[in-house]
Write a protein that binds this ligand. Sequence first.
Ligand SMILES: Nc1nc2c(ncn2[C@@H]2O[C@H](COP(=O)(O)OP(=O)(O)OP(=O)(O)O)[C@@H](O)[C@H]2O)c(=O)[nH]1
Ligand SMILES: [Mg+2]
Length: 219
Amino acid sequence: MQKPALDPLRIVEAEFVAGATALDQIPPPTGVEIAFAGRSNVGKSSLMNALCSRRNLVKTSSTPGCTRQISFFRTRSADDAIITLVDLPGYGYAKRSKAERKAWAELIEGYLLQRPTLAVVAALVDARRGIETDDQQLLEMLAAPAAVSRLPVRPLLVGTKLDKIPANQRKLAVEALRKTSPIETHGVSVELADTQSKLWRRLRALANVGIEAAAEAQQ
Ligand SMILES: Nc1nc2c(ncn2[C@@H]2O[C@H](COP(=O)(O)OP(=O)(O)OP(=O)(O)O)[C@@H](O)[C@H]2O)c(=O)[nH]1
Ligand SMILES: [Mg+2]
């Protein structure tokens, strides 16, 4: 049997670089960043682990609100592209104090609007729940002009936990989500590897990182 060709875009190395609980702790901007945003428990950290083929690079939890900091991970893909993946703290977790929620909002907003190296934001929503009020606010914030000089951040809407939808209804569920927003939309699951490689391809293309070169190398 013929071996499947290895994807030249796949991430082959990933390491934790820094964690920030306040804007002044964010590491200096270098290279290209792709951030993962969304409600608590939507599956941001799990997806990042899956993309990096690592089980515990990014902490995940069955307890919502687990991620309280912005975490930066440096990745290298098989084609030597270096991209920083950024795990944003989840919003919409009701059991936090008002002050804590305000601090989180300031941190996330500050990062999204002021980061010169931020190229793409994957806005994650549960594929079964679709876009909720908090998600809408995030999407609006992404459309707002940045506070620094940079190219506009490109958003991608991602419906997560697709495996929880019966296989014959997944396509329809993603279609339904797609219709709720003008943003490019994909479905993903940590249990469905093909959804991850497809998503990673699109994230790289939106971040404008060497996707043509990698495609040529594959031919
Ligand atoms: N079935 C299924 N479960 C998933 C998937 N992705 C994440 N989960 C589960 O959902 C829960 C939350 O996942 P996390 O990755 O920690 O979610 P998060 O968005 O990082 O949450 P916060 O850190 O609180 O913002 C965990 O129990 C995961 O195992 C998926 O694709 N399919
Ligand atoms: Mg998390």
